[in-house]
Design a protein around this ligand. Structure first.
Ligand SMILES: [Zn+2]
Ligand SMILES: [Zn+2]
Length: 279
């Protein structure tokens, strides 16, 4: 660190003794983001074996012995997307960092996350061989209330780095999220079933789509978006999120929710009905 920078930092920490918004430590460096170096360091990537399909981390290396290691949910073909990956585990620090971006419109934090996701894309060719980047949409009511979509804060810079078009207009959320904040894992599946549709007048035929969201909890949201996109003719859908909630209960909820899939989807044509019954 140069002398000039240390003087600036010293003055800044005296004049603006701003606390790190994650751990509360006083920020001693000038930065556009109110997060200390230590907290940034703690937002680490997932390492270790993951499900080849949904990217769920495995508890042990044993699962990797199989040629195509798949988790409990993916062996039962629960998800409509081809593949999903996440940057890092949903730790306490990650919860707070995502909350900051989500509720305070920290676009620079969106860029920081997008940079991490770009790293994940570069390691997984299946995520990079796509035609368009689509942020998971908010319900129009929620979007009006918040003024922006946090998934778009990440998807926009990512699309730019991937040199791909951004398609925030392709999907719409038609069913609002229920007012209750805490939903059980099974409720998450039920509330997003059939909650997304293709915007009228747009086409996704034969497109390979990269869906972007902040958190992968049960996979219900990415799954519901993927079903809508595929019903409308998308060729393939892959998902990428900043964080991943790590829990076996999440995989089990995904499997148990399969039973309700057919009753909650509203198919538009007879052909789709027969396809759904085969699921
Ligand atoms: Zn901190
Ligand atoms: Zn899986």
């Amino acid at each position: 660190m140069g002398l000039a920078q240390s003087i600036v930092d010293a003055i800044v920490s005296v004049i603006f003794p701003a606390p790190c918004r994650i751990c509360g430590a006083v920020l001693t460096r000038t930065s556009v983001l109110p997060i200390c170096e230590g907290c940034f360091q703690s937002l680490r990537p997932l390492n270790g074996p993951v499900c080849a399909c949904c990217g769920r981390p495995f508890a042990s290396e044993v699962a990797l012995d199989a040629k195509m290691p798949k988790c409990f949910a993916c062996r039962r073909d629960v998800y409509a997307f081809e593949c999903a990956r996440s940057f890092g585990p949903y730790t306490d620090q990650m919860v707070r960092a995502i909350g900051l971006m989500k509720y305070e419109r920290l676009t620079q934090l969106g860029q920081w996350f997008a940079q991490r996701l770009h790293g994940v894309v570069q390691e997984n060719t299946v995520l990079s061989e796509v035609d368009v980047v689509v942020p998971v949409p908010l319900h129009p009511g929620r979007l009006r209330e918040r003024g922006y979509n946090q998934a778009e804060l990440i998807a926009k810079p990512l699309a730019r780095w991937m040199r791909l078009p951004l398609g925030p207009y392709l999907l719409v959320r038609t069913k609002p999220r229920p007012p209750r904040l805490l939903l059980s894992r099974r409720e998450r599946w039920l509330t997003v079933r059939g909650a997304y549709e293709i915007r009228k007048g747009t086409r996704v035929d034969n497109l390979r789509i990269l869906l972007i969201d902040d958190v992968f909890t049960t996979g219900a949201t990415l799954d519901a978006c993927s079903r809508a996109l595929k019903r409308a003719g998308a060729k393939s859908v892959v998902g990428l999120t900043v964080a991943r909630a790590i829990s076996w209960a999440a995989a089990e909820a995904a499997v148990s929710s399969q039973k309700v899939t057919t009753t909650y989807l509203k198919p538009a044509s007879k052909g789709q009905v027969s396809r759904l019954k085969m699921d």
